[in-house]
Design a protein around this ligand. Structure first.
Ligand code: ASP
Length: 443
């Protein structure tokens, strides 16, 4: 019987009622043996996540100010959960220890990690599962990256001895022996590490949406849910701004070929989105495309020079200027006598003139001009390479909506087509591409 690792996000565990839903999900399937909880998240829109309360509280401690009231407010949130679950558990000694560590400046990461730690304690006790402190099984290397070998070995050993366990997300033990966290949203990463270590058959990531959507719901009304997406497609869409899962959560399961299922705690009957390795024979989406995502506020730097194509090292010299300023580049379309470099506008703030001067000096172009307010839209789909007319449909949709396309780039993987439009055409462009592929009847 395969093992499933289940991770629940903050909104899935925000109060006693949500924790009851999570517990019912866990108890409904004996394969759901290892549970990775986040800290309690927001119960309503204006609420504050426990993690943010902890950061704020520790900031006071660090300044030598009184933090008792803030810490009590955090304890109150847990107490409400404990009472709502009808449990007897007392966290008094845990909070006394936390206060003591705050006074001794145990660090911001330690402070933030207590959200998951305490929630793990509560949930383990409610489920009657053993609690395993993540600081004892997840290890970081001196450079701050995960120490895979040690983590896998220790985690595997510890979990081999137990049928079930609750392992809090978000943190582990730093190379210096102190608690260290992943970046925000990092419980997703913990879940993935645990799934990889026990060679799970499935990593279920329970959240408050029914999976990845084909397009951003703030732009497209009621977009369709993506049923299946490959890890690579997901990388493309996440890079372009679609977010449900922490970026680093893909790697530990991807290398082990374990699928991730994004599910909704508030709608457990919905199948959610399956994230699968590229090698599976999962059929391609009914829509040909898998998803559309994009970002605004790029700048294109257009460089023209007659006979540029015969000047060896031209592109390299231009890119060196950007590299020297630590500026990542997004795309680089080129023609015989000109090249364009597209960069995130925020990186050019305050250095644009300097960069132009340096490019001028490096390659003596005939002209350099920049254009701001460019948006990039990625239309992603593994079905593209097998289907004729995908690009034609994208451009027909845009032309029909009278949107001017500033640049086109088809990735070499034939997994995506990237189009650049003006920022103010962004939303309309996404809507009409969505309309063309999802709402129109496929021929
Ligand atoms: N509680 C942490 C955060 O708010 C980590 C997580 O929920 O994944 O970022």
């Amino acid at each position: 019987m395969g093992v499933k690792v289940v991770k629940f996000g903050g909104s899935s565990l925000a109060d006693a009622n949500q924790i009851k839903k999570a517990a019912a999900i866990i108890q409904a399937d004996a394969q759901r043996r290892y549970v990775v909880p986040s800290a309690p998240g927001k119960r309503f829109q204006e609420d504050t996540k426990v993690t943010d309360m902890l950061y704020a509280c520790y900031e006071l401690a660090e300044k030598g100010l009184d933090f008792q009231r803030q810490l009590e407010a955090i304890q109150k949130r847990y107490q409400e959960i404990i009472d709502g679950l009808g449990m007897e558990l007392s966290l008094d000694s845990e909070f006394a220890e936390i206060a003591d560590h705050f006074r001794k400046r145990a660090g911001k990461d330690y402070a933030a990690s207590r959200g998951e730690y305490l929630n793990g304690k509560v949930i383990a006790s409610y489920l009657q599962f053993p609690f395993i402190d993540a600081a004892e099984v997840i290890f970081f290397a001196p450079d701050g990256s995960l120490d895979d070998d040690k983590t896998n070995a220790v985690l595997r050993g510890r979990l081999a001895g137990v049928d079930n366990a609750v392992i809090p997300g978000f943190y582990g033990c730093g190379a210096d022996g102190y608690v260290k966290t992943f970046s925000r949203g990092g419980s997703d990463v913990t879940g993935s590490i645990v799934a990889g270590a026990v060679k799970a058959s499935l990593y279920e990531n329970w959240t408050d949406v029914s999976g990845f959507l084909v397009a951003d719901p703030r732009i497209v009304e009621n977009p369709a849910v993506i049923r299946t997406i490959t890890y690579t497609e997901l990388r493309e869409l996440s890079y372009m701004g679609a977010s449900v899962l922490h970026e680093a959560a893909i790697f530990p399961v991807r290398s082990a070929g374990i699928p991730i299922n994004i599910r909704n705690t508030n709608a457990p009957d919905e199948p959610g989105t399956m994230i699968v390795p590229e090698s599976t024979d999962e059929e391609i989406s009914a829509y040909t495309i898998t998803g559309i995502a994009g970002k605004k506020d790029f700048t294109s730097i257009n460089i023209h020079k007659d006979m540029m194509n015969s000047q060896i090292g031209f592109c390299r010299d231009v890119l060196n200027v950007l590299a020297n300023h630590n500026i990542p580049l997004e795309h680089m379309p080129s023609s015989i006598d000109s090249m364009t470099v597209i960069v995130d506008s925020s990186h050019l703030k305050g250095v644009e003139d300097e960069i132009r001067t340096e490019i001028q000096k490096a390659v003596q172009p005939d002209t350099i001009d920049t254009e701001e307010n460019i948006a990039l839209i990625a239309v992603v789909g593994r079905g593209m390479c097998r289907t004729r007319g995908v690009a034609a449909r994208i451009f027909a949709a845009l032309a029909h909506a009278r949107i001017n396309v500033r640049m086109i780039d088809q990735g070499s993987s034939e997994l995506n087509v990237i189009v650049a439009v003006k920022d103010n055409d962004f939303e309309q462009a996404i809507r009409c591409i969505y309309e063309m592929f999802v709402n129109s009847v496929e021929g």
